[in-house]
Design a protein around this ligand. Structure first.
Ligand code: SF4
Length: 362
């Protein structure tokens, strides 16, 4: 889809004026974040706005319902978290990655550093997304613009759109930066936000060959297969992380990884699943929450009168655990929709509307 005009992705340098107040998005490249930072952010959210952290479909965090303009005290506290190393590149540090992999975490760090060090790349659209993942990894099923697919410790493929080129591991970051620079040079106007909006013969793909990834489905809540440290994926109902969730997480881990599926990977979490479930987190795939997501809807968003979060929350108590994913939205913008197969419910007025779209009504 082609978009006209500048993107409006929000950040600390550019809060978005939503109906419920200013919205600030915080980038967390690769998703790894200390529990102490999450707790600090929740305290700021409670002091100044809605007492939640909203997990986004690109593994980032949002504070919402904030005063506009932002209070100086809040800006100072947000900057003190260390999540905002660059004002010029704040909006472009969008990197999703396979969790629990040391090599990939180190690549994410190198890519983030290279992005921030390149003055030209501060002009990337806020919607431009990088991914770093293992071959067959679930993050490669997301809507990235440029990605690195690990083949082994020494080499991989840099991907752009439907094309790829094999590179040595040591050249991966330089090649990703090269493709991002080409994108900026060869998109024909500022309304082209994504590589998928480019024609097939764009110079962005020079030297690449057609290639199709074969990603795994998104991680579902539950045990992470083959993880010797007993990591647990925990879902966050409707992506709204609360202080009760953070307190339970802080009791069992020092750090978690945010995923693009509104969940967290908790190292060693398997032995604490009961505690985490008692705090309201989703610890098994057989939960209605594991198939439900929603945009904020009314009254937080002025584009709809549909109270999407409230209706989706009510639907969770009667929705069967089996079936397709369901994304509930207030309008055709379909914010936050999953990249993989799902049913969409647009502007529901009743719980029945959601159940019908979910195939839970005859
Ligand atoms: S999908 Fe529509 S109603 Fe929902 S948050 Fe986006 S713009 Fe607002």
């Amino acid at each position: 889809m082609r978009h006209l005009g500048l993107d409006s992705c929000p950040g600390l340098v550019r809060p978005f004026p939503a109906a419920d107040g200013a919205l600030v998005r915080l980038r967390v490249p690769g998703g790894r974040i200390p529990l102490g930072t999450l707790s600090d952010l929740l305290a700021m959210a409670a002091d100044h706005g809605a007492p939640v952290l909203q997990l986004t479909s690109r593994g980032n965090l949002q504070l919402r319902a904030l005063p506009d303009p932002l209070p100086t005290d809040l800006v100072t506290r947000l900057e003190a978290t260390g999540l905002l190393p660059s004002a010029t590149h704040e909006l472009v540090r969008n990197i999703i990655a396979t969790p629990l992999d040391g090599q990939i975490a180190s690549l994410v760090g190198e890519l983030d550093d290279a992005l921030v060090a390149d003055p030209e790349l501060g002009a990337l659209p806020g919607r431009f997304l990088f991914a770093v993942g293992n071959a067959g990894g679930a993050v490669l099923g997301e809507a990235w613009d440029a990605a690195y697919e690990v083949i082994d410790d020494h080499c991989g493929r840099v991907l752009a759109g439907r094309y790829a080129v094999e590179v040595a591991r040591r050249d991966a970051v330089a090649e990703l930066v090269h493709r991002a620079r080409l994108f900026l040079q060869h998109r024909d106007d500022a309304g082209v936000w994504n590589v998928r909006d480019l024609p097939d013969r764009s110079p962005v793909f020079d030297g690449m060959s057609p290639y199709a990834v074969s990603p795994a489905p998104p991680l579902r809540p539950g045990v992470v297969d083959d993880d010797p440290d007993g990591a647990l994926v925990v879902g966050v109902p409707l992506g709204m992380l609360r202080s009760t969730h953070a307190a339970a997480l802080a009791a069992v881990a020092d750090e978690v990884t945010l995923t693009p599926w509104r969940s967290l990977v908790v190292p060693g979490g398997v032995t604490h699943a009961t505690t985490l479930a008692a705090a309201g987190l989703v610890t098994t795939p057989d939960s209605p929450w594991a198939r439900l997501s929603a945009c904020v809807g009314a009254p937080s968003c002025g584009r709809t009168s549909s109270p999407t979060l409230e209706l989706a929350g009510a639907a969770a108590s009667v929705l069967p655990v089996d079936g397709a994913r369901v994304h509930v939205v207030g309008c055709e913008r379909r914010c936050g929709h999953p990249a993989t197969d799902h049913a969409t419910v647009v502007a529901p007025t009743t719980v029945d509307d959601i159940l019908t779209a979910a195939g839970a009504r005859p």
